[in-house]
Design a protein around this ligand. Structure first.
Ligand SMILES: NC(=O)c1ccc[n+]([C@@H]2O[C@H](COP(=O)([O-])OP(=O)(O)OC[C@H]3O[C@@H](n4cnc5c(N)ncnc54)[C@H](OP(=O)(O)O)[C@@H]3O)[C@@H](O)[C@H]2O)c1
Length: 320
């Protein structure tokens, strides 16, 4: 396993990590969740990503049942939660001090933990001042409930402001941003976030690095029944995968074959090679997927400048 630093922090996270959106507690039952998480841990994955909103708490509960069952030393694990709420009352959503504190306590109860390593603001909340968010996150750090805090899909403007507040008030600023990034979605990491990497050493825990499975090549010739998009209706697939992107993936699959690697390895290795990516959070519905995904780290060295040039030619989607 390749381990990378979370931005300029001292924390080392596995290059490939595992998330729980739509899988644990939902499409993946408890036995399979245990099998996937054990396969991950045994392969050196140390980061497991949760969120209060996933399955309205069910994903974190499922991970909690695994943490109770296995005997993994807590100091070998990096575990996150993300807060934005799923309750119906106005106090059960957003990023207010009240909700942030209560949501972290609830996540700890669901996962049977004393602390989480990372806590993210799952989305921006225009109703809560950025000062309130930054101060609350620092209070949670001081109380030993979280170690690092970050954001998800925040604008560069908000991130600059959060760092300015941290600088002004002597606080720890956001260490990492969780954002969508893959060969098919490059607008943030390869575009608008770039100035923040240099300015603040911002880390990234990128999500959907396989574009929900599209970048494994499994949809090149149709939609297998037992797959995420195979379970969806035609309209929702059409909105999620463009013909242009499918054509790109078909060409990339041929390139991967020429290089003696799978499409999955090419897609993940391409993410891992990027110095601004700290970890790529994958989803897995079965242990075999984990076994395949973790091997991507070995493919990074095959991505020479010449190969990167051929990939760029096929993608032709780099942001300005
Ligand atoms: N912050 C945010 O807003 C946000 C948003 C989205 C996700 N996330 C986080 O990022 C995590 C990963 O997102 P994602 O699930 O979209 O990631 P992904 O890795 O791009 O897609 C995962 C899906 O692709 C399929 N797959 C994975 N490996 C495969 C392989 N080797 N061969 C064939 N199929 C494979 C599986 O689905 P099937 O087997 O069902 O086809 C799997 O569930 C989430 O769990 C969550 O923790 C965060």
């Amino acid at each position: 396993m390749l381990y990378k630093k979370l931005g300029r922090s001292g924390l080392k996270v596995s290059g490939v990590s595992i998330g729980s959106w739509t899988t644990f507690g939902e499409s993946v039952d408890d036995d399979a969740t245990l099998a996937v998480m054990e396969a991950a841990y045994d392969a050196g994955i140390n980061f497991f990503d949760g969120a209060e909103g996933y399955g309205r708490g069910a994903a974190e509960e499922a991970m909690g049942r695994v943490f109770e069952k296995v005997n993994w030393p807590r100091d070998t694990l990096v575990i996150s939660t993300k807060v934005f709420g799923f309750g119906d009352a106005p106090t059960q959503a957003g990023l207010s001090r009240k909700h942030l504190v209560e949501a972290v306590d609830a996540a700890l109860r669901r996962m049977h933990l004393d602390y989480v390593d990372m806590c993210f603001c799952h989305r921006p909340d225009p109703d809560t001042p950025l000062d309130e968010i930054a101060h609350t996150m620092n209070e949670l750090i001081a109380r030993g409930k979280i170690f690092y805090w970050g954001t998800s899909e925040f604008s560069p403007g908000d991130l600059h402001q959060l760092h300015a507040i941290a600088e002004r008030d002597g606080l720890v600023g956001p260490t990492m941003e969780q954002t969508c990034h893959s060969m098919l979605h490059r607008r943030r990491v390869d575009g608008e976030l770039r100035p923040l990497f240099d300015a603040y050493g911002l880390g990234t825990t990128i999500y959907s690095p396989l574009c929900q499975g599209v970048l494994t090549g499994k949809y090149n010739e149709g939609f297998p029944k037992d797959s995420r998009f195979g379970r969806r209706d035609a309209e929702s697939r059409k909105n999620a995968i463009s013909n242009e992107d499918l054509a790109r993936v078909r060409r990339l699959t041929m390139l991967a074959g020429d290089l003696g690697m799978t499409m999955t390895h090419l897609a993940l290795a391409w993410c891992l090679k990027n110095p601004n990516v700290s970890t790529a959070i994958t989803g897995s519905t079965r242990p075999e997927q984990v076994h395949e995904n973790v091997k991507a780290a070995d493919a990074v060295e095959k991505l020479t400048d010449e190969v990167m040039g051929r990939i760029e030619e096929i993608l032709d989607n780099a942001p300005e």
